[in-house]
Design a protein around this ligand. Sequence first.
Ligand SMILES: C[S@@+](CC[C@H](N)C(=O)[O-])C[C@H]1O[C@@H](n2cnc3c(N)ncnc32)[C@H](O)[C@@H]1O
Length: 308
Amino acid sequence: MAWQLLKIPADEKTAALLSDALMDLGALSAGIEDARAGTAEEQPIFGEPGMDAHVWHDSLVSALFDPDADIEVILAAAARQIGLAAAPAHTVEGLEEQDWVRLTQSQFDPIRISSRLWIVPSWHESPDPNAINLELDPGLAFGTGSHPTTRLCLQWLDDNIRGGESVLDYGCGSGILAIAAKKLGAGVVVGIDIDPQAVQASRDNAERNGVDVRFALPDAAPRAQYDVVVANILSNPLRVLAPLLRLSKAEIIRLGTDLGIDYSITHSCYAPDDAGRVRLIAVPPVVTMYFAIMFGRSQAGSAVRSRR
Ligand SMILES: C[S@@+](CC[C@H](N)C(=O)[O-])C[C@H]1O[C@@H](n2cnc3c(N)ncnc32)[C@H](O)[C@@H]1O
């Protein structure tokens, strides 16, 4: 047996405390997941940068330990540390060593977006060397091309970029949309992300593809007006960013029920006003849960400014 994997069902009050205590007491890693994951009661929680940690009412804490760690002693100490009367119910499984990099890579194959555009992981050969091939290593950032909203954005870019357009990709993740736009013939392309690791992954991917795209954190976003704005981002940041992006036209793609998500609520936050400008309007708080995607053109005379 290579590693010991400890699993403990916990409520929302105990889960984070327990996982922190186990890390203090020598766990190699610890995580919290939905105890109902994979069932009809599974509850998706989409984290956003800067958001307070939020866990499930029925959580499952898991922690990884060396083979020779004394799990019972450690768990008793963790329980004492967080004020539990006794060690909680738990299971311990053996976890065999694997080539984790290879395992992760094996889950990511080349993706055909259209007859001319492919997303190709950097460790794969392109199935069609004559196509526009976007070579990608997502690193720690979001954006492999496999998520349905990323694919829809890529298809939209493939259909709509004619050549020379300026493009803003807000929430660029791995840089996949910005780099695709550039490879499809866009002019000036800028990608912005709040996560420094995403900005780094995007820069690495731009270099890998030999394209000139500027990637930056929001504070360094160039003040400019763009022909095309694409934002594949959670609906709460989209809502908050509406006055910043100031789009003159917004098109929200609804994914329908295949993902079990209703995008119509998000659409309302970008509805045009009487003058045809897209304005933020009141939205029910429930939209914070959902992914949304949006395209548009920035309004004449408007600027994308950094948030201060
Ligand atoms: C769903 S990922 C999209 C990545 C990539 N554009 C794609 O289509 O696959 C959303 C990205 O938006 C970033 N993000 C979230 N809130 C943001 C904000 N307020 N400003 C800028 N980026 C943000 C996240 O860090 C994340 O990389």
